[in-house]
Design a protein around this ligand. Structure first.
Ligand code: ATP
Length: 453
């Protein structure tokens, strides 16, 4: 039999892997699904948690000029008047006169329906905010909106944070949370959905230092993706030309990723000037300025906004990590996920189902679970078990056998290289920790050795 040649990553493969292994399912699947809503399965929820944690760590925990916030999804309707969303958060929509599919104008190249080639209607503006009612009456006085971005929750709390944290400019506020947009067209899996999770920073600076901070955040955010393993050649910066720039933005760049469907936005970084604070000051009647102790002046800070999405990041991390390698007559599918993002960090795989080996393996399993998400798998051959872990991106596997009962050693096998080392069980946790933090596999603890089968 000839060796199969590995094939390039495409969206179908990612969707199929996510479905098969429990990363992502269609929402309400038993009822036929709900368009463009997705449920994260046991592995997907871990991936998402890890992305959010890595982001929070980088932008809040490790910095002394940032704090976090968790604001509510439902907000006072005036917020959306002030922010401009009620009036301007619209996409021009056209409808095909033959098949009645709806499109965003920017999706069509020659003003013909991309599905059937039919004539389309004149564009009309479609507001992307989901509307609902608060309380028992469904009248206009009780209309509220599901937030289309988390940013406004930050702006309306600017003074609260200032007063309670004693932060001085420049400083930022970070928030992660769900946002909702009634997108006209969706698709490309979790790239564009109607309910999604954002990672947003509003970084407040003195006017005049905004350009410097804009450049800083653009670089910082770009590097966050590469530090977590995204290949640099798959990322690009795209500046918004003047006619694409939102009216409030002084400058904006997208960090694009080369997804299977082409270059698309992963994150936007914008210099929003003082637009938001000025608007909220005007509409709320509350003073939102900042007293500069040095110059004894009241100023309105400018804001730099790096705004990313958890779901789009997850998709980029999955696409970037996906790989296929020839493996005898088969193909080894693996995810080269960064250890910080891998849903499962370690798998414990006993090489026998006999009692003394299983007992030891279970002891290790329960001990290691105190530190990380750990899998235990004793079904089928060790080769198959390794493949199952490779496919979900587990960086390290630990095996124990009858010899372990005699020499108190276990084997660690690395996902990407498939190399193995043998280490004393007493050193196992420390060794796994070091490897997960990036230490070379062949740096051995006392009593350890390179394992050759
Ligand atoms: P697009 O041009 O793709 O519609 P946008 O420019 O409207 O995106 P922003 O308003 O800048 O997006 O939102 C910031 C981030 O939130 C995006 O970079 C993306 O990661 C995420 N995001 C926005 N809309 C969606 C969506 N419908 N589904 C998933 N993620 C989204």
């Amino acid at each position: 039999m000839t060796k199969q040649v590995p094939v390039k990553v495409d969206m179908e493969k990612i969707v199929s892997l996510c479905r098969r292994r429990g990363f992502i399912f269609p929402s309400s699947e038993i009822y036929g699904g709900l368009s463009s809503c997705w449920d994260y399965g046991p592995l997907g929820v871990e991936l998402k948690r890890n992305i959010k944690q890595a982001w929070w760590r980088a932008v809040v925990q490790e910095r002394d000029d940032m704090v976090g916030l968790d604001t509510s999804i439902l907000m006072h309707p005036h917020v959306w008047e002030a922010s401009g969303h009620l009036e301007g958060f619209t996409d021009p929509l056209v409808e095909c006169q033959s098949c009645h599919r709806r499109w965003r104008v920017e999706e069509l190249t020659d003003n013909k329906c991309s599905s059937c080639g039919g004539e389309v209607t004149e564009p009309r503006q479609f507001n992307l905010m989901f509307k609902t009612f608060m309380g028992p009456t469904e009248d206009s006085a009780s209309v509220v909106y599901l937030r289309p971005e988390t940013a406004q929750g930050i702006f309306v709390n600017f003074q609260n944070v200032l007063n309670t944290t004693r932060k001085r400019l420049p400083f930022g506020i970070a928030q992660t949370g769900k946002s909702f947009r009634n997108e006209i067209t969706t698709g490309n899996f979790i790239f564009r959905s109607r309910e999604f999770e954002q990672l947003e920073i509003e970084f407040f600076v003195k006017p005049g230092s905004d350009q410097e901070w804009f450049d800083y955040w653009l670089k910082e955010r770009f590097n966050w993706y590469t530090r977590l393993g995204i290949k640099e050649k798959k990322l690009r910066l795209r500046q918004h030309p003047q006619d694409e720039l939102a009216h409030y933005a002084r400058e904006c760049y997208d960090i694009d990723y080369l997804f299977p469907m082409g270059w698309s936005e992963l994150e936007g970084v914008a210099n929003r000037g003082d637009f938001d604070l000025v608007q909220h000051q005007k509409h709320s009647g509350k003073n939102l300025d900042y007293f500069d102790e040095e110059t004894k002046e009241h100023i309105m800070p400018y804001v730099i906004e790096p705004s990313a999405g958890v779901d789009r990041s997850a998709l980029a991390f999955l696409c970037d990590a996906y790989d296929e390698e020839p493996d005898n007559d088969e193909i080894r599918v693996l995810l080269h996920l960064h250890p910080d993002l891998a849903p499962i960090k370690v798998a414990v795989l006993p090489l026998s189902r006999k009692e003394p080996v299983v007992k030891l393996a279970k002891e290790l399993y329960s001990d290691l679970r105190q530190c990380w998400m750990v899998n235990y798998d004793d079904a089928q051959s060790i080769g198959r078990r390794y493949r199952r872990q490779d496919e979900i991106g587990t960086p390290l596997c630990v095996t124990v056998d009858f010899q372990s009962l005699e020499d108190n050693q276990a084997t660690i096998r690395e996902r990407d290289s498939m190399n193995q080392i043998r280490v004393p069980i007493a050193e196992l946790k420390k060794t796994l920790q070091a490897k997960l933090e990036g230490e070379d596999l062949f740096i051995l603890p006392l009593g350890g050795s390179v394992w050759k089968e």
